[in-house]
Design a protein around this ligand. Structure first.
Ligand code: AMP
Length: 230
């Protein structure tokens, strides 16, 4: 099976994190969530964390250069692991997509195929979904749960299935910040999709207002993944 780099593009609340978790569990893929990386920096009060704290809490995007600095080394390191890679929440702007295209021209990425998943969800659904989202407080884990979708609920109330740490709500999941994040997403996503179409990349459209098991099965079918060849 050829290794892949999978880009998940979708509004806040589309379930990028939940779907990434499922792909990691079921298919052995590795996930890079730029949002998780940002939250780790903030929790550890690193130099970068102090710079991005306010921007992130207000629902705006972190500068392209900071995000690119964060992901470049990680991506190169992953090549040795031999696994397929999910980029969850990156790229978010055309500048990031262009920088990623340049990076992927390196010989070490020649054996990967590149797929873009565009997750489709109505704006009205988003605020409700995020109001019921819980995340693991352990910044090394940050697993995602839902209080209203039984398939995504933790086995034990308010406790992470993976590391038993307490669950919490994300600082940027308040209604006001979610609306700002959605505005920011809508501002950039159209340009991003247009860019990928212009450079001739195939985009798989994935409606996500349905059970996660169906979404996962569709994704596997779309990319022609054969479990037996894992
Ligand atoms: P997420 O966890 O993907 O919802 O991202 C949470 C927040 O992290 C965003 O609202 C941004 O402030 C920041 N962030 C994550 N990924 C990026 C990115 N690729 N570019 C800029 N900011 C990002």
């Amino acid at each position: 099976m050829q290794r892949g780099i999978f880009i998940f593009i979708g509004p806040p609340g589309a379930g990028k994190g939940s779907l990434s978790q499922l792909c990691a569990q079921q298919l052995g893929w590795v996930q890079l969530s730029t949002g998780n990386l940002c939250r780790q920096h903030i929790a550890h009060q690193t130099h970068i964390g102090k710079q991005i704290d306010f921007t992130m809490k207000s629902g705006k995007l972190i500068s392209d250069s900071l995000i690119l600095d964060m992901i470049e080394g990680w991506l190169i390191d992953q090549v040795n692991s031999g696994d397929s890679i999910i980029l969850d929440g990156f790229p978010r702007t055309v500048a990031q997509a262009q920088a990623l295209d340049q990076l992927l021209k390196k010989d070490i990425f020649a054996s990967y195929h590149f797929s873009i998943m565009h997750m489709l969800l109505a704006d009205e659904t988003i605020v409700g979904r995020l109001a019921s989202r819980l995340v693991c407080q352990n910044t090394q884990c940050q697993a995602v749960y839902s209080m209203r979708d039984m398939a995504l609920a933790p086995k034990k109330a308010m406790t992470c299935d993976f590391c038993s740490t307490d669950l919490t709500r994300r600082a940027d999941d308040s209604e006001e910040t979610v609306r700002e994040r959605l505005t920011v997403y809508n501002r950039h996503a159209q340009d991003l999709i247009k860019y990928y179409k212009t450079v001739g990349k195939e985009i798989f459209e994935l409606p996500v207002e349905r059970p996660i098991s169906e979404i996962f099965n569709d994704l596997v079918t779309m990319i022609g993944y054969d479990y037996n060849k894992k």
